[in-house]
Design a protein around this ligand. Structure first.
Ligand SMILES: NC(=O)c1ccc[n+]([C@@H]2O[C@H](COP(=O)([O-])OP(=O)(O)OC[C@H]3O[C@@H](n4cnc5c(N)ncnc54)[C@H](O)[C@@H]3O)[C@@H](O)[C@H]2O)c1
Length: 341
């Protein structure tokens, strides 16, 4: 669109003009902005991803702040346009901010906000869901059932992986990685190996205490290990879940060589950002290793998948829905706290 045509305006006489590039859930964020003398313009254009040109048109000549989305490319062009319009703040409705060029924002004096911490449990739960679905081949079995192929119980029908006693590997044990690790360790009595640039002391303490609890109850205790290298995790883990930030150091962190280091029957989960995996290399790996399975919430070039991925039975793919749980969608309040004048 050359000019945005569909705009919803709240509090037209407000002193500050703020643009939201998308309608967002709930009304509390709207009320908070209005209480702070904001004229709020929400773009209701029926186009999923707005281009830089679209957003420049939305910013216009006077704009004090923008609330944007992870699908938008917030770099030099947009921060320059926002700054020229008098803008002082940009808030990214996302935990990750790999779509934001923070240096460009600094250059133009625009403060940047994001929403760290609000999606921890919902993202960890989706990673756990994908892990279970991949381990127990839920999608394949569901398709089989609906296709009318089930003609009676068989001992070898859709044999999957038993998680109990296996090793879960977490790459990036920050908020989400640690929450996921705890779910898998406590819920399925898995051993943990993790790799992060920093030590996750709280996670280690949790697994140690849980191991003591299991032992006291006559069960085999779980174990944990902080790996010195990422490759150690890839080689030892049965399940590997990726939870690092996306930056220059984690782009294609999982590539052809690293895929080859994983167990032939390993399961790889990605709920971080698509480019953390070299998706073309992953497609090849899945083709040549039918017992290797993957669960993906994010893709290298969203909304597209690399050719061949959609046809592979050993891949479970969902459309970036880690944040899509009711509590988060109905009550995204922590986000608004980041947006101050
Ligand atoms: N799928 C979704 O909808 C969704 C939702 C929320 C967050 N995310 C993604 O998840 C990411 C993590 O979120 P978080 O809240 O846990 O962030 P966090 O900052 O708490 O954790 C990220 C961890 O990655 C580690 N890390 C950085 N570089 C690394 C490297 N090279 N190797 C190993 N570890 C490295 C950091 O030390 C940190 O502990 C976000 O940046 C975002 O991209 C995705």
């Amino acid at each position: 669109m050359a000019k945005p045509v569909s705009i919803e305006v709240w509090n037209p006489s407000g002193k500050y003009r703020v643009v939201s590039t998308k309608p967002m859930p709930g009304t509390r964020w709207i009320n908070l902005l209005i209480q702070n003398d904001v004229r709020l313009e929400i773009c209701t254009e029926k186009k999923t991803i707005l281009s830089v040109e679209d957003i420049i048109a939305l910013i216009g000549d006077k704009c004090d702040g923008v609330i944007g989305q992870l699908t938008e490319d917030w770099g030099e062009e947009l921060f320059s346009a926002l700054s020229k319009a008098g803008g002082k703040a940009f808030s990214n409705m996302a935990v990750g901010y790999n779509n934001v060029d923070v240096d460009a924002a600094n250059k133009y004096g625009v403060a940047v906000g994001n929403t760290p911490g609000v999606l921890t449990e919902t993202t960890a739960e989706l990673a756990a869901s994908l892990t279970l679905a991949a381990a127990r081949r839920i999608v394949e079995a569901d398709e089989f059932m609906r296709a009318g192929l089930y003609d009676g119980w068989l001992p070898h029908l859709f044999v999957g992986n038993l998680l109990k006693g296996q090793t879960v590997g977490v790459i990036g044990a920050g908020r989400i990685g640690s929450a996921y690790a705890r779910m898998m360790v406590e819920g399925f009595k898995m051993n943990l190996i993790y790799y992060d640039l920093y030590q996750s002391t709280r996670l280690e303490k949790f697994v140690t205490a849980y191991a003591a609890f299991l032992k006291a109850n006559g069960e085999t205790p779980v174990t944990w290990k902080r790996a010195a290298t990422m490759d150690e995790v890839l080689q030892e883990a049965d399940i590997i879940s990726l939870h690092p930030v996306l930056d220059k150091t984690t782009y294609h962190l999982v590539n052809k060589e690293r895929l080859a280091k994983m167990k032939k029957e390993a399961i790889l989960i990605n709920c971080s950002r698509g480019p953390v995996i070299d998706e073309a290399a992953l497609v090849e790996h899945l083709k040549h290793n039918p017992m290797f399975r993957v669960g993906l919430d994010v893709f290298e070039e969203e909304p597209y998948m690399k050719p061949g991925l959609a046809e592979l039975k050993n891949a479970i793919v969902v459309p970036h829905i880690a944040s899509a749980s009711k509590v988060i969608i109905i009550n995204p309040n922590p986000y608004i706290k980041k947006f101050r004048y």
